[in-house]
Every structure is written in C-alpha cells, then in structure tokens.
Design a binder for this molecule. Structure first.
Ligand code: NAD
Length: 491
C-alpha cells in the first residue's frame, strides 16, 4: 500500500481512509480538531459501519495464513523495521500526536518512543522459543507444546495513548502470527494511521493489519459481535468494556479488557514532602491527568499532611496549561469539550460533597480547552470524587490516621490498576506491596509510566485480570496451546 504519511503542519488536515487489505477506502468525514487550537483541523477520517468491519475481517482472514507461515524471526524483522521507520519519523509523528490529542511535546515524544520500544521488543520476541518440552509417560515418545495463533483478532483502543496502546496490542498479536482489525478512538485517527503506515512501509503484507475508522457503537460494536474474530482486546471505559465483554463472550471468543483506575499514592510521615509532591504531580497532572494510571488520590498520614498539601499546591501552580507545540509548556489541554464539561462537573460535585479546592481548577485561556490543575483537600473516602474516575488534572488529598488505615482507604474502591507509596521505611513499603489491591505497585515512583517488558494490567473493575498486556506474556492472549506427542518406535 503506498499511502502518503499525512503532514504535521498546523493548519493542514490529514485526509484519512480505512486501510483494508491493499486498499484505501471511504471518504474522510469526521473532523478532529486540535484541542489547543480549535481552528486547526488535524485530521478527517471516514465513518465506517458493520459492512466496513466485514470487509476488514475478510481481508485479514485471507492474509493471516501466509503471515503465520513465515518464520517468527521474519515476522519480527518487519516489526523491527517498523520501529526504525517510526524512529526516523519521530518528530513528525510527535507533532501530529500533540495536535491530535493535546499532550505536551515531551509527553508525546515519550509516547512515540514507547511505541518504538514496543515494536522493537516484540520484534526481538520473534527469536524467543515458545512452548515447552515435557516428559511423556510412554517410552520412546516426545511430548511438547506449540503456541498457535488465534487467527484474526479485533483491537479497540482509547484516545489517551493513541499510538502506544494500538502498538502494545497490535505488536504481540502480529508476532504471534495473527492478523488484526484495529479500531482507534474517534478523537485520535491520525496516530493509529502512523503506526499502520510504518508497519506497511516495513513490509507487513497487505491485510495483516487493517485499520477501520468510525463510531464506537457501530464499528466497535460490529467488531465485538463479529464471528470472524477469535478475540477482542479492548482498552477504554468500564461501561463500554463490560458491554463488549458480554457481546464477545456470547459468541465464545476470547476477551481482554483494560479499563479505568482510581490510583492511590500513600505518603507516610517519614517522606520528604517535596519529593512526594513532585511524584504526585507527575502522575496527577502529567498528560493532563488523562491516564488510566494517573494518581487521583493522595492519602497522607497526619505528620506530613499539611506540608504535603503546601508542596502539592506549589507543584500545581507550575502546571499551567498551554499548547504542547510550545515546548516549554508542562501540561496540555483537555482532550475534548465533553471531557472538559465532565471535569468541571467533577469539581462541582466535589465542592458539593464538602471538599475544598486549595488550588482551584478553572477554565483558563479563551481559545483552547484549557483547565488549571486542582488540589482538593478534606475529601472523605466515601465521596464520589474519591471513588470514581475523573480523568482530568484533579488530585484529591485524603487523611489517614496511620499507615494501615492508609492502605485500607487505598483499597476501598472498585478499581485496582496502579498504586504507589512514598516512604523510606522498608517495613512499611513491604507491607504496602503485600496488602495493596493493584496490578502495578510503585515505591517512591509515580503511579503512571511502565516499561514494554513489564506485565501491565489491573485487578477488580480495572481489568478482566486474566491475561496481562506488555511483557513477553502478552502473546499468551493471542495464542493457544497445542500439546504434541511424537512417538518414534523402532523397527
Ligand atoms: P471509551 O470506552 O469511550 O472508548 C474506547 C474505545 O471503545 C474507542 O475506540 C471507542 O470508539 C470504542 N467504543 C465506544 N463505544 C463502543 C461500543 N458501544 N462498542 C464497541 N466499542 C465502543 O474510552 P475512552 O474515553 O476512549 O478512554 C478513556 C478510558 O480508557 C478511561 O476510563 C481510562 O481509564 C481507560 N483507559 C484504560 C487503560 C488501561 O490500560 N487500563 C489505558 C488507557 C485508558
């Protein structure tokens, strides 16, 4: 497929089409505007439907056997080349990601770097032996297992990491010999395009990765229900995730859901308040608080509470929102007008519940969707703002009487994605690691940010908690085990 990579100049619009087999289809329709500069139309993508999904699944079904028949290192070579191509295009893709999603330059550059690392990590996995040799109970018999690809799989992704998440779902699927139908979020069509283009330019055969644009309900729903898809991997909100889960399970296919978080950072008396506040701010206000692993609750023991609140307020004052194309800006805009309304509604609810804003978030800047960061104090564990995901630059500070109660409060939510503690007390750190109900635990590090080789996923309502993403084990979701007995009788 010889599609041009759309330009990344503010004011220019990337006209995107579905990528199905060796064809570009559909007329660009739905516009995506830069949340920092509403006049800048970043991209336009077609509105697909169930018929588009049918075509994509069909193309993937045709391409998959040939792809699976390649030696795994040859599949890996394609991923490694795609990583190199994205590396060469990194500035350009970064600029598009900033314009499309609203991250700062450093955050977007880091995210593109993450996608490159993921392609390279799974490219290297092509050389790793999968399956095991096991002793058979019968003489002159060899028993071993093979990992077989599932076939054609569906991938549905959110807007908040618009190139890293498509990469971390697609790369392990591809290295395992599957073909993929990818539906990115409507707000971020261009970042997914860059991933598909790099893989195509790296030699991925047509049809092995198909990109379908369109509304969640129609295109996403068609993916969830499609009998030609052996599995669906989804990242996004809980409501949509649980709906898809029912649809996928009804037809007996495999499902992986990664959903919301309400991530706690426990700060104990012995911590340095400046260090703790910096860790909280990085995870709470970084990426405008729009990360599933964002710190949204800081739970303090009594001896540090007031000093921590003062230090966190000082940090919040540094995170003035602005346009990420200005490289000095520390925090980008809110992704959309509806997310902005939701964030402001959360501030209203928190005030109604009795929380006080130490640093008050409010709308700032006339042109873009900018929201100042907010630190809330006086938040009780039962408050809605302490229980439900906000997905904006809002950090609630909660008071605990002692370290054990802090962990109780940390666990007293439906979610369990990421959690952190700031302390130099090794005994308390270990108690926290043992007791906390979260898929990812950080000691003296921000709750957000993970490496491509480390398993990623949550517990409780954050995840299906069956398979993990990232790391070598991510290919488990995209493969099944075949046990082989190989007899070699003499004579
Ligand atoms: P969302 O659930 O609205 O959308 C996610 C994807 O699902 C999009 O591609 C969307 O078009 C599609 N979709 C929407 N309705 C659908 C339907 N009825 N059927 C099928 N597909 C449908 O989520 P979002 O607003 O894009 O992302 C924010 C959410 O994602 C937050 O809750 C955040 O915590 C979560 N998230 C989780 C992780 C994680 O790894 N746990 C990572 C990033 C984001």
């Amino acid at each position: 497929m010889t599609a041009d990579v759309p330009t990344s100049i503010p004011g220019s619009t990337a006209l995107l089409q579905h990528r199905i087999g060796d064809r570009l289809l559909g007329e660009p329709a739905a516009e995506r505007r830069n949340p920092a500069r509403p006049d800048d139309v970043v991209a336009a993508a077609p509105d697909g439907d169930a018929d588009t999904v049918d075509q994509a699944v069909e193309a993937a079904g045709r391409a998959q056997p040939g792809w699976a028949a390649l030696p795994a290192p040859a599949r890996g070579a394609v991923l490694l080349r795609a990583g190199d191509l994205m590396s060469a295009r990194r500035d350009r893709i970064t600029a598009d990601l900033v314009r499309e999603e609203g991250k700062t330059w450093a955050e977007a550059y880091g995210e593109v770097g993450r996608a490159i690392e993921i392609l390279r990590f799974y490219g290297g996995e092509g050389w790793r032996g999968r399956g095991e040799l096991v002793p058979a109970g019968t003489a002159r018999t060899m028993a071993y297992t093979r990992r077989e690809p599932l076939g054609v799989v569906g991938v549905i992704t959110p807007w908040n990491f618009p190139i890293a998440i498509p990469a971390w779902k697609t790369a392990p699927a591809l290295i395992s010999g599957n073909a993929v139908v990818l539906k990115p979020a409507g707000l971020t069509p261009l970042s997914a395009w860059h991933l598909a283009q790099a893989l195509s330019d790296a030699g991925l055969p047509p049809g092995v990765l198909n990109l379908v644009y369109g509304p969640g309900g129609s295109v996403g729903g068609a993916i969830a229900r499609h009998r030609g898809l052996a599995a669906v991997s989804f990242t996004g909100s809980n409501d949509v995730g649980r709906l898809i889960e029912r649809q996928v399970q009804e037809r007996g296919a495999r499902i992986l859901l990664e959903m919301g978080g309400k991530n706690p950072l426990v700060v104990l008396d012995d911590a340095d308040p400046e260090v703790a506040a910096s860790i909280a701010a990085q995870s709470g206000f970084g990426v405008t608080g729009q990360a599933c692993t964002a710190t949204s609750r800081v739970i303090c023991t009594p001896g540090i509470h007031d000093r921590l609140v003062a230090a966190l307020a000082a940090q919040a004052a540094r995170y003035r929102p602005g346009d990420g194309l200005d490289r000095s800006v520390l925090m980008g805009p809110v992704v959309s007008a509806s997310q902005m309304r939701s964030d402001l509604e959360w501030l209203r609810i928190a005030a109604e519940e009795g929380a006080q804003a130490v640093v008050a978030g409010g709308q700032s800047g006339a042109a873009g969707q900018f929201l100042d960061p907010t630190v809330l104090v006086g938040v009780k564990p039962s408050h809605r703002v302490a229980q439900e995901e906000v997905f904006g630059p809002v950090v609630s500070v909660l008071a605990a009487d002692n370290p054990d109660q802090a962990v109780d409060i940390a666990n007293d939510i439906p979610f369990g994605l990421s959690a952190g503690i700031v302390t130099n007390d090794l005994r308390q750190a270990h108690r926290f690691i043992e007791r906390i109900q979260a898929g990812i635990v950080k000691v003296n590090r921000p709750t957000s940010g993970v490496d491509p080789n480390v398993p990623f996923g949550g517990v409780k309502e954050s995840s299906t908690n069956t398979y993990r993403e990232q790391g070598a084990g991510a290919t488990d979701f995209y493969t099944w085990t075949k046990s082989v007995y190989l007899g070699f009788d003499e004579g």
